[in-house]
Design a protein around this ligand. Structure first.
Ligand SMILES: N[C@@H](CCC(=O)N[C@@H](CS)C(=O)NCC(=O)O)C(=O)O
Length: 221
């Protein structure tokens, strides 16, 4: 049986959605973020040394990294669903997007989250200084980088319905997290109609909704 080690409000929601798309049975082991630090509990380090979510176990296998988990589940259980055939140009695009989501799209979004927290959590008297530093980092680097990625994804979605082609693939599931995170941080506006339509389409999928029911709280902010 596949077990998903699932942290609330996290990337592991994508894995639940993928498992629903593949109509596979799975168990969920739940972990709650520390409300102050937002970190995962230490018990997750008993499953994988980094203590990050998602992690899955499947028999003797323990696997972390959402991209690796998605590749494993689709290759092992997909029967050709949700991934283009190996050796095709579409397969290479699929691999590209699987890596791009975590390797390129997420870092500036994470930096924004960190600098927002620096500002919010600094003691009141020091807040003007912390705010000035955070604003400088955000305006000079972070926001332009987020805009670069958001506009790039918007342009790519203008070429076909989904990221790889007109067929929905697991790469769309992987990309849902940076796009939802960008949307939650108000970085997707009316200027990105394709990304907005992408979000509406994925939210309407019954498998997405079923995964939300099973996963529980999922509010990115
Ligand atoms: N690149 C990794 C990132 C894993 C990661 O950072 N997960 C976050 C949840 S979205 C986490 O576990 N945060 C809690 C912590 O760092 O303690 C992946 O895609 O799986």
């Amino acid at each position: 049986m596949i077990t998903v080690h699932h942290l609330n409000n996290s990337r592991s929601q994508r894995i639940l959605w993928l498992l629903e798309e593949l109509e596979l049975d799975y168990d969920i082991k739940r972990y709650e973020r520390d409300p102050e630090t937002m970190l995962a509990p230490a018990s997750l380090r008993e499953v994988h040394p980094l203590g990050k979510s998602p992690v899955i176990t499947d028999g003797a296998l323990t696997l972390a990294e959402s991209g690796a988990i998605i590749e494993y589940l689709v290759d092992r259980y997909g029967n050709g669903q949700l991934a283009p055939a190996p050796g095709t140009p579409e397969r290479l695009r699929y691999t590209y997007w699987l890596h791009y989501a975590e390797g390129s799209a997420m870092p500036p979004l994470l930096l924004k989250l960190v600098f927002d927290q620096v500002e919010e959590k600094t003691p009141f008297l020091l807040r003007p200084i912390a705010g000035a530093i955070a604003n400088r980092a955000k305006s000079s680097f972070i926001q332009p980088q987020i805009a670069l990625h958001v506009n790039y994804m918007e342009a790519e979605l203008g070429k076909h319905k989904w990221f790889v082609s007109d067929e929905f693939t697991a790469a769309d599931i992987q990309l849902s997290f940076p796009i939802e995170a960008a949307s939650a941080r108000e970085s997707i506006t009316a200027s990105q109609p394709h990304l907005k339509a992408f979000l509406e389409r994925i939210h309407a999928r019954p498998t997405y909704q079923k995964a939300l029911e099973r996963g529980g709280e999922y509010q990115l902010g």
